[in-house]
Ligand binder design. Sequence first.
Ligand code: SF4
Length: 436
Amino acid sequence: MSIKKKSVFTIHLGCSKNQVDAECILSELLASGFTISEESASAHYIIINTCGFIEPAKEESIDIVLSQIKEKKKSQKIIVTGCLSERYKTELPKEMPGVDYWLGTYKPGELLHLLGFSENHICETVPTNRINFGSFAHHAYLKIAEGCNRRCAFCAIPNIRGKQASRSIEELVLEAQNLESQGVQELTLVAQDTTYFGREKGKKGGTLQSLLEALLKNTTIPWIRTLYWYPDFIDDALLDLIAKEPRLCKYIDMPIQHASDRQLKLMARHYSQKTLYSLLNKIKEKIPDVSLRTTVLVGFPGETHEDFEELMTLIQTIPFNHLGGFIFSPEEDTPAEKITAERVNESEARLRLDSITEYQEDLCLERNEGLIGKTIRIIIDEVAEESEFHFYGRTEGSALDTDDIVKVIEGDAQVGHFYNAQVVDATPHELICKIL
Ligand code: SF4
């Protein structure tokens, strides 16, 4: 039975890990003769890769699915994939009959199978030969593992993505080489818990360190970055490797969530305030020019003002370059739902977050202003939209899609290339530069 190869339009929502899944699905379809449509109206298949992590993300995903159903033509098929459909795989099909195909999180060949392709057609090549559909051709995410073995009380991801399943170092090296051949200059390693990479497989699984060593040996990608560290399995050897290897970005993203032992215990985060101080100090000692990113959660049940003060003290004692702050929102089917400790009211939680944000904004401005006159190394990400600037880019200390950017006000450059630049002005989250 011949299957009409038709056009596909994809809407990708959620995190970088979900983005890699969308790229795998698209790569399978392209390898099977489908074409990409630039707009949903002219596509035969509309794929919505959903996020189901927290309430606002769930609402956004549902709104987009409903709007696509409303605009759907007779000849079109809607396919919903990702975390929302994985999490609510029994409820949603009943509530949204306008969707033609429901898939959970990415499983190789599952959509091709649903579309009637034979088992032996299902291409073995993806994800190793996945096509980089990221926002920039010179940057790609490498998803090194699926799922998570931790059980942080506020987090629904283990329910959605299951237990940690690390990919093999051989497969990841092949995928990185494939991405490099597509022009990738910056590779960002992602997983729910990158520092636990390979650990669930015992010795044969390798570690984050051995993966980084294999990527350094088998590719020439200039910038290799890792996100989503958990404050565990961070040994001297790993930090020493990052410190000495110029191609490993001096960048560590480690969500701490809180700093009060009482709160960390309630959140089921398995480290102490003491561990955090010694770990963060060790990181700064071993990698003096490290750019530190973290995420904190305020307003978790039972959080007292004293607890919050302990968090504030840590943030003021060990300054972070980038900090994302969130207010706790109860997620169904998470351990936090059962915590009876006193809830923090919304306005108090908001006040706590605002004081962290205010402190961080001042710190970032002071830090960036301190760079005026200095020479920095940057990558050019894109041509600027604003007329007064030529290009936008980043330093090694800023991850794509989350951190500060560089705006080039003078000098010519090519997208995806590296340059030395002089900082001429600064705001809390931007460095204004001229190419040298
Ligand atoms: S480490 Fe904790 S917060 Fe992160 S994905 Fe796992 S359970 Fe969720």
